[in-house]
Design a protein around this ligand. Structure first.
Ligand code: FES
Length: 122
């Protein structure tokens, strides 16, 4: 996400997809939950792909709060760690999304959990 956008412009882009699927569109669909919101993916998608098909970030930096979307996509950079609603850490680029998986884009569980329960995802 460009850093020269105003905060309202950045907020408006949060739910714009980062990725666009152009192939393998006939795989079986599945549902998972992203910050409490039911969304869809396809069997065989990595969690990173599934999330970035929905929005532009997978989490916020624990240091700066800046949006992160992974970097290497091959399990080397450690930029794509996400948490499930019950606190388990998942490396999004090397974890396949599964039916009913519930993940949060925000660490600092109190905020993420509260937003996940209320469905308020910014
Ligand atoms: S994107 Fe680099 S480890 Fe996942």
């Amino acid at each position: 996400m460009p850093f020269n956008l105003s905060s309202s412009e950045s907020a408006a882009l949060v739910h714009e997809p980062q990725f666009v699927r152009i192939a393998e569109t006939l795989r079986e669909p599945l549902r998972f939950y992203l910050d409490g919101r039911e969304v869809s993916a396809l069997q065989g998608d990595t969690l990173l792909t599934a999330v970035l098909m929905q929005q532009r970030r997978i989490r916020e930096s624990e240091f700066s709060g800046a949006p992160r979307a992974g970097f290497c996509l091959i399990g080397a950079c450690q930029d794509c760690w996400m948490r499930t609603e019950d606190g388990k850490r998942l490396r999004a680029c090397s974890t396949l999304v599964t039916e009913g998986l519930r993940v949060l884009t925000r660490t600092g569980s109190a905020t993420g959990q509260a937003e996940a329960r209320s469905g308020d995802t910014q």
